[in-house]
Design a binder for this molecule. Structure first.
Ligand code: ADP
Ligand code: MG
Length: 588
């Protein structure tokens, strides 16, 4: 039995024991509040910890769940089970609107918008007569099922514990899936994820929605357990406290939510007793202690407390269960010699700087074309124009006869244009295999819900099989289960190529793939490029290693200061006095 499984059984046993042993009622109550808050913090672990999106509005969504159910059960006599659904619906609608507006804009809008959202909802709750103003709503019915009171004590504890366990388990399942890899890519690099065909906006809105729904569920439990609501537990300060709990526990770890909430709650209780006796006056000084604690945690344990525990846990490599999985279907590739890429007088101006000055060239199927030139010549910018990362100032690009200028980088990737980045972009805390599987994103279809219910395993096997195949093809077989962040520079670049190959491209753009590679790795890279060429792949290569360029390229385009200096065979380029003067002369 694996340690993970033993952990689960121990946890389940502890929950059952707590429920049946004569534990003082005070502790059961305490545990119930911990469970309720953990659900809301679980959402933040996903949103902020994993997704890198900071929200101060989590408490406001808890408030929507709590107030919806409180109002409708007390004033309209509806069943709490029905009002749970209504609360979730209202939460979803407001989260979608808020997310849709703010997540399209750059990073800082979400924190700001959720600040405003938290504040305005708090004042709304406190000023509406119908919601009882700052006194709130009293006499909320407890939960019952077929007349059986389940809203108190140990039975309620079993319910919250089950919900927390299910929440944690399904989030863990989600993070280990096609959707999960896309979510884990949001924090470090949306640009890379988009280049792999991931709709990052959709995943951002998705995790914002999921986090809000968990908060709403938490609010529903709170309202019917406390039997009374008022605005204070849903204010901005509590929104910040939820963030504190998530950061303290461990932003990237699902179990960190539970650890963060438990430690904060228990500490707050102790401090409320201890501080007044130390200082001699009463007052909410624990807020100050928490502030100091947060600074210390951010400085000395930025990954939170759970990260220490997680590091100690033995990590078994992923069991390889996909050997007999079927191969993924591949797109129809262009016939050798067919025009694949047609770059027509593309231009990019950054203010007054002309980074790319009316550059034109073509690539035919099975060709390797090199784009060379001194640093700052505009090679990477040309890449970004072709792949849709940057907008064209002027000019046109066609891929397999279809104009792609103006398309998003995601759409261009989906058509079969794959790329690597000059500055390696990967997710350091995912394994090499998982990083490469991200490349196969558009070749799978299972979404977040299927992942949370673990109904995506058959498809996952096909994706991992493809990722392994591409890694082995490029000599990375021995590194499958290593953390990508632990790789040396050379293997990191090979990882990027394998990830690009996983998208099933018809055109491959490699930006300085040999930079940082050792001699042996370069030799292997040349072999891989040759083999790809034999299979009919078209490649655009930016590279400073002239021996490698001269060895593998069919044609070369030489750039200098954004302008095309010449185009020709490697031989012609080598013999050109202009190129020698402008470029090779400085290199050799
Ligand atoms: P290369 O890849 O050939 O070394 P780049 O394409 O990275 O060159 O850069 C070409 C020129 O454009 C450089 O002068 C660079 O400073 C400038 N440049 C690149 N990206 C930007 C940007 N986002 N904003 C402004 N200038 C840029
Ligand atoms: Mg560059």
């Amino acid at each position: 039995m694996s340690l993970r499984r033993i952990g689960w059984f121990a946890l389940l046993a502890a929950i059952v024991l707590l429920a049946v042993l004569p534990v003082p009622e005070f502790w059961i109550t305490q545990l119930n509040f911990i469970g309720i808050a953990t659900l809301a913090v679980l959402g933040l672990v996903l949103l902020t910890g994993v997704g890198g999106l900071t929200s101060f509005g989590q408490a406001a969504f808890v408030g929507i769940g709590a107030y919806t159910s409180a109002y409708l059960t007390v004033n309209m006599g509806l069943s709490p089970w029905l009002t749970l659904l209504i609360g979730l619906g209202l939460t979803a609608a407001s989260a979608l609107v808020l997310g849709w507006i703010t997540l399209r804009m750059s990073g800082h809008y979400l924190p700001l918008a959720t600040l405003g959202w938290g504040l305005s909802l708090y004042y709304l709750m406190g000023n509406l007569d119908a919601l009882g103003k700052y006194d709130g709503i009293l006499n909320i019915p407890g939960l019952s099922l077929f007349g059986w009171n389940i809203g108190q004590g140990r039975v309620f504890f079993l319910i919250t514990a089950t919900l927390v366990l299910m929440g944690a388990l399904s989030l863990n399942y989600l993070l280990d899936s096609r959707a999960g890899r896309a979510i884990r890519a949001l924090k470090t690099g949306s640009q890379m994820a988009e280049a792999m065909g991931v709709n990052t906006l959709r995943f951002k809105i998705g995790i914002f929605l999921l986090a809000a729904l968990l908060a709403s569920l938490s609010g529903w439990l709170y309202a019917h357990y406390q039997r009374a609501v008022n605005p204070s537990p849903f204010g901005l300060q509590i929104g910040i406290e939820y963030l504190f709990m998530a950061v303290l526990g461990g932003v990237g770890h699902v179990w960190g939510a539970l650890a963060g909430v438990a430690i904060t709650k228990l500490l707050a209780d102790q401090l409320q007793v201890l501080l007044p006796s130390l200082i001699g006056t009463s007052g909410s000084y624990e807020t100050i202690v928490f502030g100091v604690l947060l600074v210390l945690v951010l400085k000395y344990a930025p990954d939170g407390i759970w990260a220490f525990i997680d590091r100690k846990l033995p990590r078994a490599p992923r069991a390889v269960d996909w050997d007999s999985a079927p191969a993924l279907p591949e797109r129809a590739k262009p016939a050798t010699g067919e025009l694949v890429l047609d770059v027509q007088a593309v231009r990019k101006e950054f203010g007054g700087l002309v980074a790319v000055n009316d550059i034109s060239f073509q690539i035919r199927a099975g060709q390797i074309v090199g784009l060379i030139g001194p640093n700052g010549a505009g090679k990477s910018t040309t890449f970004n124009l072709i792949t849709g990362v940057l907008d064209l100032t002027r000019g046109a690009v066609s891929f397999r006869g279809q104009p792609i200028g103006g398309l998003s980088s995601r759409a261009i990737a989906a058509l079969g244009v794959a790329r690597t980045f000059q500055h390696v972009k990967m997710i350091p805390d995912m394994t090499v295999l998982e990083n490469v599987a991200l490349g196969a994103h558009t070749r799978g279809h299972k979404g977040a819900l299927a992942a949370m219910a673990r109904l995506d395993r058959a498809e996952e096997q096909t994706l991992f099989k493809e990722a392994q195949r591409q890694l082995e093809r490029i000599g990375m077989g021995p590194h499958l289960h290593e953390m990508a962040g632990n790789l040396a520079m050379g293997p990191q670049r090979l990882l990027e190529i394998a990830r690009a190959l996983c998208t099933d491209p018809a055109l491959l753009l490699l930006d300085e793939p040999a930079a940082g590679l050792r001699h042996k790795e370069k030799k292997a890279l040349v072999e891989v490029l040759r083999q790809l060429q034999r299979e009919g792949m078209s490649i655009l290569l930016v590279e400073h290693d002239m021996d490698l360029v001269m060895e593998v390229c069919d044609r070369l385009v030489v750039m200098e200061f954004g302008t095309r200096l010449m185009e020709g065979t490697p031989r012609q380029v080598q013999q050109s006095p202009e190129v020698r003067a402008a470029y090779l002369g400085t290199e050799h």
